[in-house]
Write a protein of this length. Structure first.
Length: 170
């Protein structure tokens, strides 16, 4: 009687494409998670700045209707004051426009948001309007701020920054 040769069974190997696809998907997923964590850890002021740069680079869907002519701040008598001037550069009047001022803490986090009314309810084409925020009892609660303009119906109004840059003295 002859001995039978042993029979070996082999497992089928996964296809070569599948073997390379799984690590590629895992690598892509880890990059996306790392990017999401990076965006979460960025301060709000950096996100606002990045969004503004992207919008200006690729253009806006809606053209600017106002121009920011002046924006300044000062500390006087323990009050922090922010003042600004805008002009209507659209062909139509703008009604019920407010300035939204975001105040940022020293670590870059959003500390407070204040809605400030402009001095005019209706801004005719070519007309100038002003806004002012006086923050009493200022004790270094924040160190920077940003401004945007919003209609009371809720939509943000894009603006053109027309402030003049002045050279530092000396």
């Amino acid at each position: 009687m002859q001995a039978q040769a042993p029979v070996f069974k082999t497992f089928q190997t996964p296809s070569l494409i599948l073997a390379h696809l799984v690590p590629a998907i895992l690598l892509l997923a880890s990059i996306l998670v790392a990017a999401a964590l990076f965006l979460i850890l960025l301060p709000q002021s950096a996100i606002d700045s990045l969004a503004h740069r992207i919008q200006s680079h690729y253009g806006r869907l809606e053209p600017e209707k106002i121009a920011l002519l002046y924006l300044a701040d000062r500390l006087q008598d323990n009050q922090f004051q922010i003042r600004g001037v805008i002009r209507n550069i659209a062909a139509d009047p703008i009604e019920q426009l407010d300035a939204v001022i975001r105040l940022y803490a020293f670590d870059g986090t959003l500390s407070e948001t204040v809605v400030v009314r402009l001095n005019k309810e209706i801004i005719e084409p070519g007309e100038i309007a002003q806004f002012a925020l006086i923050y009493p009892h200022y004790k270094q609660q924040f160190n920077s701020y940003s401004v945007e303009f919003k209609l009371r119906q809720g939509s943000v109004l894009p603006y053109k920054d027309m402030r003049t840059r002045q050279a530092a003295p000396g």
